[in-house]
Design a binder for this molecule. Structure first.
Ligand code: AMP
Length: 177
C-alpha cells in the first residue's frame, strides 16, 4: 500500500464521543479532503488487485461511502447491508450484540449474487461484531466472503478472533485509545 500519504493526519480523533472513554475515529474529515478520499479508494483498488472480487457488500452507513466508489471503479455490483426496516424487498436479517443491547441488520436476498465472492466493507473495524453479522448474511444469502475491508482497524479490540479465518485488510491501524 502507498505509505507516502499521511492518512493518520486526515482522520479526526474525537475524545469521549459518543460517550466518555471512547476515542472516536471520525472519517468525515477524510471525505472532506478529496486527496485523502481518493487515496483511500486508490488504496482499496490496489489492495485487491489480482484477487477475484465479484461484488462488494457495504454496511450502513459509513461503509457505503467507501464501498460505492470502489464498486464503481471495479465495475462490480454493490449490495447494501442496512439497519432493520429500511429495505423494501424480501430480506434476511441477523441480530448481534452491541456493548449495550442488540442491533439488527439485513440485506435483500435477491441482491446477493449466489456462489460469488463478495468483499464486505465498513469504515472502521472495532470489535468486529457488525462485520461478523454482515458476513453471516452474505453466506446465508448464498455467496462466499472473499474478505473484509475497513479503512481503520482497532486490532486491540480483537476483531481478528471475532472474524475467524476471513482475510481482513485495513489502511491504517491504531493500537490503543
Ligand atoms: P464493531 O461492530 O464493534 O466492529 O463496530 C463497528 C462499527 O461501529 C463501525 O460501523 C464503526 O463505524 C463504529 N465504531 C466503533 N468504534 C468506533 C470508534 N472508536 N470510532 C469510530 N467509529 C467506531
Amino acid at each position: 500500500m502507498d505509505n507516502v500519504f499521511d492518512l493518520d493526519s486526515a482522520i479526526r480523533k474525537v475524545p469521549d464521543f459518543p460517550k466518555k472513554g471512547i476515542l472516536f475515529y471520525d472519517i468525515t474529515s477524510i471525505l472532506a479532503d478529496p486527496v485523502a478520499f481518493k487515496h483511500c479508494i486508490d488504496s482499496m483498488i490496489d489492495a485487491y488487485r489480482g484477487e477475484r472480487i465479484d461484488a462488494v457488500a457495504a454496511i450502513e452507513s459509513r461503509g457505503f461511502v467507501f464501498a460505492a466508489p470502489f464498486a464503481d471503479r471495479m465495475g462490480i455490483p454493490l449490495i447494501l447491508i442496512r439497519k432493520k426496516g429500511k429495505l423494501p424487498g424480501e430480506t434476511i436479517s441477523r441480530k448481534y450484540q452491541l456493548e449495550y443491547g442488540e442491533a439488527e441488520i439485513e440485506v435483500h436476498e435477491m441482491d446477493v449474487p449466489k456462489g460469488k465472492r463478495v468483499l464486505v466493507v465498513d469504515d472502521l473495524i472495532a470489535t468486529g461484531g457488525t462485520l461478523k453479522a454482515a458476513t453471516e448474511l452474505v453466506v446465508a444469502a448464498g455467496a462466499q466472503v472473499a474478505g473484509i475491508f475497513g479503512v481503520v482497524g482497532l486490532p486491540f479490540l480483537n476483531y481478528r478472533s471475532m472474524l475467524g479465518g476471513v482475510p481482513i485488510k485495513t489502511l491504517i491501524e491504531y493500537h490503543g485509545e
